[in-house]
Design a protein around this ligand. Structure first.
Ligand code: SF4
Ligand code: SF4
Length: 141
């Protein structure tokens, strides 16, 4: 390209709107079907464990607190998850979904990638039994 051409491109670009986005200061509305963090709603969970069995990444653990009372805690390993949504399709009771709002999952430590869903006191009891003192993996009731 000749110098004159380059100069005219340069001048034209000076007055154009930037094509880059000002993320994270300006955020676009995420697509409806974006596959972000997995969500678990225990209300209709039968404890069938199909989600666990069908997960290709071994990212789910269903911990049975009381099968008769249908009390479960779901441990989700977001760092193993491939966001394939197989578990969502496998669950006949629509207990699982993928958030299109929680997708900014980067973290500096491993702890936030182990997420517990279920009753708060059940989660606390599980964590106390398995975690060294002071360790506090993320939990979600
Ligand atoms: S597949 Fe659904 S009903 Fe079965 S254990 Fe998983 S979340 Fe619960
Ligand atoms: S989205 Fe895929 S990888 Fe992630 S927990 Fe579900 S089945 Fe496993």
């Amino acid at each position: 390209m000749k110098f004159g051409g380059m100069l005219s491109d340069l001048l034209r670009s000076l007055f154009k709107r930037p094509v880059t986005e000002q993320y994270p200061f300006v955020k676009r509305k995420p697509p409806e079907r974006l596959r972000g963090e997995l969500q678990y709603d225990p209300t209709n969970c039968s404890g069938c464990m199909l989600c666990m069995k069908d997960c290709p990444a071994d990212a789910l653990e269903l911990i049975v607190i009381d099968r008769k009372a249908k009390k479960f805690v779901m441990r989700y390993h977001a760092d193993r998850c491939t966001y394939c949504a197989q578990c969502v399709s496998s669950c006949r009771f629509k207990c699982l979904s993928m958030s299109n709002e929680q997708y900014e999952l980067a973290a500096l430590t491993k702890e936030p990638f182990t997420v517990h869903y279920g009753n708060e006191s059940d989660i606390r009891a599980i964590l106390e039994a398995v975690s060294p003192a002071g360790a506090e993996p993320a939990d979600k009731a």
